[in-house]
Design a protein around this ligand. Sequence first.
Ligand code: XMP
Length: 513
Amino acid sequence: MSHQTVIVLDFGGQYNQLIARRVREQGVYCEVRPYTTPVASLKALRPIGIIFTGGPGSVYDPAAPQADPELFRLGVPILGICYGCQLLAQNLGGRVAPAQGGAAREYGKTETFFDTDCRLFRGLPAGSATWMSHGDYMEKVPEGFRLTARSAACPNVAISDEARGFYGVQFHPEVNHTEHGAAIIRNFLYEVCGARGGWTMGDYKETAVRRLREKIGDGKVLLALSGGVDSSVAAALLAEAVGRQLTCVFVDHGLMRLREGDEVEAAFSGRDVRFIRVNAAERFLSRLSGVTEPESKRKIIGEEFIRVFEAEAKKIGRVDYLAQGTIYPDVIESGAGDAAVIKSHHNVGGLPGCVDFKEIVEPLRLLFKDEVRALGRELGLPEHLVSRQPFPGPGLAIRCVGEVTGEKLDMLRRADFIFRDEIARAGLAGSMDQYFAVLTNMRSVGVMGDGRTYDYALALRSVTTSDFMTADWARIPYEVLDRVSVRVVNEVPHINRVLYDITSKPPATIEYE
Ligand code: XMP
């Protein structure tokens, strides 16, 4: 198991994990380490290259994170990004200063011109957009380096010392706004560091399993399984690592979509783990009886979830580790913005306090969503689980406007299934990010056969979005909408009208409650 390693040395930049992800995408193994890591420990990893990340400080501020000068004597290629580029310059004899009068200070997409003789920029067009975000600039280029990129505002956008394998770029190649960012990172890995590539998610799995075994030893692990992608993949990974030392508690609140509870159970029944499914549908339904206010519904479900889980955990007794399927976007979001509030509220965020355990393990903490899905496939989880679209913790309760009853849930489940089925048949699943049915609380008059009906209206919601903070409604072809409508009113009793939601977010939200 000798894979080549690249170290991403973290100087506090906001994109450090994104850089790691870009390296992994190129088939190279990568570890993110804080800049305070002793050089001897970094050396022990035998890196083929080191990437210095950006950071919020100014390199000339004595309090700002500094690079150990020993790093430059390892004989290992270094790529400095933004702050990392300035560190490189300052350490090797250049000078960094505040950009004056906006002359060389840049923020946002910037047309940049490259010297394509430089190994880092090989194969790139002479000019393309890069993403800049810096208030300091390299006033003096260090000796032995040459300038290899410029923009209109700044002559010193990139530097290189090809003999020593030192490269610095002021812009961020890791973000999508930099048009040829992936090619630049690829060039660093393959042209400069001599990477062989070939590292895959299967290798990631092996490393993760080995590390989990080392950490957990013969300890007991408890995991709250929601049936969502993240907790399912975390469970499958832990199952592979520690088998029956793991207990998964799946609280089935009865608010899942058609057959979903059984599917989750089936995905874990063949594995050598302790799997407990708590069928708590009636308990949730009775607590929700008569409740119509959306926030109250959410709160009741969140609290009840913890109570049910707590009761199961008590039966198990003390555990050593509580496992969670936290993924990297959750880590970034926590503490800021709407998403954090949503997550802390419903993704079993209140759990740690109610279980007696020693430590939390979060084996997916450094992965992005699509990497988690890829890992799930490696672990043999079924595709329907791995490619599952986001599903809110409170489940169908917040897609059933007004009071939640067993009958309404049943109607909604069947209608939602038809909608998803028709989307799949039309081959449209990949073109939208979330799609589902909502049972409105509106009833209206219709005619069926010779009789008058007075039944529910179903709303179909489908959106495209990249971050779920804003979203556009999906342009589903009329023929597909027509098939869904015909099937729903024919196959689901007490729905006599189907509406398609054409509101974007904002002003509407994706969910209805
Ligand atoms: P909204 O309705 O706020 O939804 O536009 C944005 C995204 O968040 C999901 N969502 C939730 N996810 N627990 C979750 O884990 C929740 O309580 C919750 N509420 C909304 C929603 O499905 C959409 O993807």
